[in-house]
Structure formats: C-alpha cells, structure tokens
Design a protein around this ligand. Structure first.
Ligand code: SF4
Length: 490
C-alpha cells in the first residue's frame, strides 16, 4: 500500500467549500467578553456558554465590575457551565489582574495574556486569534481528533499536534483552519461515529479509508464507499466485534471504560480488562505501561469532560472521596453512564469488588478476591499500637479513623489516631495525640528518610517509619498488601 502523505492545500480547499460559515462559536462583542466566554467554555458546550453569558455580561460588563463581584452572585450566574466555583474564582482573579496590570483592558501580548488567571495556552490562542487577529491555532479536542485521523499528526499531546499543524499550513490560514477543523469535528468527524461515507475528505483520509487504525477509537474503521448511506461510522459494530475478539470474557460488560480511580485502573488490568479501558486519570500510573497505551483525561479532581465525552465511554468509574460530585453530575448531564464506589472501610472493599464484578462482567475474578479478603478479615485481632498515619506536611494532615486508611490500620491490629476524615494538625496536635507509631507513606506526599529523622527526633519514644504509600492507600487492587504491611507492625 502506498505510504500516506497529507495534502494540506487540497484539504484546505475542501474544508473551505464544506464549511463556508466556520467561525468562533462563542458569542462576544469584545476581547473582554471573549476571554470570559472562553474560560466558561472549559468542559462545557459553546451553546450552553452562549445561553449563560447575556445575563452575566449585563451584570458584569467589564473588568472593573468583575473584579468587585461577590463570589456567590457570580457562581449563581455561571452555575450551569459546570465547575462554577473554580471558574468564578478565576473570573474574579481575571478582573482584578486586568484592573491592576492592564488598565482594565485585555492585553494582546501572548505572554501577558497567558499569565492571566484561568487563561492557559489554549484560551490565549483563542483570544489572540478571534479578538486580535493574531495567527494562532489552538488545538481543542475536535482538532486533536480530526488532525490525527487525517494523518496530519501522529503526536499524542495537543501542543505537539499544534506544532505539526503550524508546520504544515501557512501562517495566514491558521485562524480559518482552526474554525474549519472544529466545524468538521462537530458536524462530520464525530468522536464515536465519524460520518465517513458523507465526509468531503474521505479520499484524503487514511482513517476513513481503513489504511490505519482510528487513532481516536483504537480500531480500524471499515472503509466506506462514497455514496453509501452515511451510517454511524461503522464504528459501533466494528468496536463491539473488535473488543469481543480481544476480550471474549467480558462481552456482557461495558466495552469502553474510563476509570477516574488509580487503584481501580490497576484492578481492571489485574482482572484482564485492559482492552476495555479507554481512559484514565494522570494519576492512574499502575501498571506502568498503561501510561503509553491508555490516554489520560486530566486529574481525579478535575477530569477533562470534553475528552471523556469524545472517548464515548459506556461506563465511567468514580469514587466518592476521590472524585468531586460535580463530575458525576456533569457526566449525567452528558448522558454518560457512571458508577460511583464509596470506600471508607476494608469491608467496603469486599462490597465494591462484588459490585464491580457484576457490572463489568467479571464475577468470577471479583468473587475470588472478595471471598479471600473476607477470610483474611475474620482472622485479624485488634491489638494495639496507637498509630498516626500522616498523609501531608505543611500543614500536617492525617488519615483519620473513619477513612479507608484508618480502617485498614484497625483491621490489621493497630489503633488509628486523630480526628475523623483528613484533618490539618498543628505540632501541638501531634504531640497531644501521643502516637506510639507514626507512618509516613510515600504518597500522596513524598515522605522520605529526612522527614522520618525529623519526626523521630521529636517523638523519641515512638517508632517512625516511611512506608509504601500505594500499599497503604490504594484500596481494592492493593488491600491485601496493605493489610500485610499494617500487620507487620503489630
Ligand atoms: S473520513 Fe471519516 S475519519 Fe476521516 S475525516 Fe472524514 S469523517 Fe473523519
């Protein structure tokens, strides 16, 4: 087969003909309105932002009024765009920074623009291009997907895709191309169901022609002859059959899973469900190779919902402590099924293993693990070192008795100390707790020998130990390992 070569000029001509109306989809009258609307559009649709901004701009028409906004009032006006607390904080910070440093005007200098609260490189590029006409090519989720499908880039980060596109296309066309590729992604090259049969770029597209695997869905699309009835990309049928070839055991369970919980990601791999895993957070780093094979969708607290939506999952797995409830609400709004675990005790792990086994079509693997854990728990005896599990420094924070870590300590024969949940503690608080054993896990804070020596000096009568953070805090995939660790201190 002839090696594929992108043909930028021909692509541009066809995109121009197909999307003569391509333009910025965020309603705005000036740079101030555009930067605000772009901040609001993070993890939200442009249409919803356009419904929100008229009332917002009527109340806060400029940087001065935004700088003086009351947080609660602003939050109320932008609530429907999701992640409203963080966005409100950024918008007030934006107003204040514009007033303090730029006389209330939005700067057109890329560095100054990028330094404003809530304005990253993508937002800066959108504002530069659409408000000031500065050539820029912000790569959003649509452009990232379309560029890779068209073979214009093989890169795996938006920044590198942007660099590839900027190399391929003339600078004067970047703004127009930005809008055209977004329109193409929205109207034709859908994340899950690209309408290849109706696509004006089909004969230029290695993915649509079936020459390469779809870099987005990870499977080869069936080449669709022009003139066929446009059908949902053939992707659904292809995906199901591809997935069932890869993992016949779990055809009854979800086939496209996004895990927002690091230890659950590891558990899925342990259960042989790696092929069904299509997304993970950047903290899902075990097993290590997962970082090269499954795309990251942001962090546990602020996953990128656009990215998740584009992965077209049929299940997203959450945990109530690990992921904010706004994430579940946003998934519901997007029509994406989710499952939220709640794990505060080791017994919750037994329940969660069975719950996951049922839902994922992995009942046997789950039952084996759950029964073994139940048996292990029956044999444990409470004994007694008064134990403080620290999880952070500056300020000190501990995992309290009512957390998973607290219950792991109790189940392994120790007495967990401190207030409930994850309290901050002063030096006096630590002394008042009079621990006999202090555990310093290697995550989430990277405690090390230096911290151990420091605390040992302060608590000469206690045993202070640096311990494997994953064993102590990763429930489900490492609970047995955690119990063994804790038991070694009895
Ligand atoms: S042929 Fe299919 S995959 Fe390629 S750009 Fe068109 S819709 Fe997207």
């Amino acid at each position: 087969m002839r090696a594929f070569r992108p043909v930028p000029r021909e692509l541009q001509a066809r995109l121009r003909a197909a999307y003569p109306d391509a333009r910025c989809a965020l309603d705005h009258r000036d740079p101030f309105q555009l930067v605000v609307a772009t901040i609001l559009s993070a993890q939200c649709t442009d249409a919803r932002v356009n419904l929100t901004t008229p009332a917002l701009f009527a109340r806060f028409p400029d940087a001065a009024s935004l700088a003086a906004a009351r947080t609660e009032e602003l939050e109320g006006l932008i609530k429907s765009t999701g992640f409203f607390r963080n966005k409100a904080k950024n918008l007030i910070g934006l107003g204040q920074a514009l007033m303090a440093k730029h006389g209330g005007r939005v700067p057109s200098d890329p560095t100054e623009l990028g330094a404003l609260p809530g304005v990253g490189q993508k937002t800066a590029n959108v504002v530069l291009a659409n408000a000031f006409g500065v050539p820029a090519l912000a790569v959003d989720t649509h452009i990232f997907r379309v560029a890779r499908r068209l073979g214009l880039s093989k890169a795996t980060t938006p920044e590198k895709v942007e660099a590839d596109l900027c190399r391929l296309f003339p600078r004067e066309d970047w703004i127009e191309l930005h809008h055209q590729l977004i329109f193409h992604g929205r109207r034709t090259c859908d994340a899950r169901r690209p309408a290849c049969a109706a696509c004006p770029l089909l004969d230029l597209c290695p993915t649509g022609l079936g020459q390469i695997k779809d870099p987005h869905l990870g499977v080869k699309l069936t080449a669709v002859p022009r003139g066929d009835t446009p059908r949902p990309a053939g992707a659904r049928g292809n995906l199901a059959s591809e997935a069932s070839r890869r993992s016949p055991r779990s055809v009854s369970g979800p086939q496209r899973i996004v895990s927002l919980v690091p230890s659950v990601t590891e558990l899925l791999v342990q259960w042989g469900l790696a092929a069904q895993l299509v997304g993970r957070t950047r903290y899902c780093i075990e097993p290590r190779w997962i970082r090269n094979t499954v795309p990251a969708v942001g962090g546990t607290k602020n996953p990128d919902l656009d990215c998740i939506r584009d992965l077209a999952p049929d299940l997203v797995i959450l945990e109530r402590d690990e992921n904010p409830k706004e994430v579940a609400e946003a998934l519901t709004a997007l029509g994406i099924p989710w499952l939220a675990l709640e794990i505060r005790t080791v017994k919750d792990c037994v329940r969660a293993l069975r719950q996951l086994g049922e839902r994922l079509g992995a009942v046997e693997a789950a039952e084996a693990r759950a029964s073994a854990l139940e048996t292990t728990l029956k044999g444990r005896r409470r004994r007694g070192l008064r134990t403080l599990a620290l999880i952070w420094k500056d300020p000190w924070m501990s995992a309290g008795p009512d957390t998973y870590v607290g219950d792991l300590l109790r189940s392994g024969g120790l007495v967990p100390l401190g207030p409930d949940r994850y309290p901050s503690l002063t030096d006096d608080d630590l002394a008042a707790l009079a621990p006999e054993l202090i555990l310093l896990p290697t995550e989430p804070y990277h405690f090390n020998r230096r911290h151990q020596a420091e605390l040992q000096k302060r608590f000469p009568g206690a045993e202070v130990r640096v311990v494997d953070g994953q064993a102590l805090t990763w429930y489900l995939s490492r609970t047995e390992q955690g119990l063994d660790l804790v038991q070694s201190f009895r």
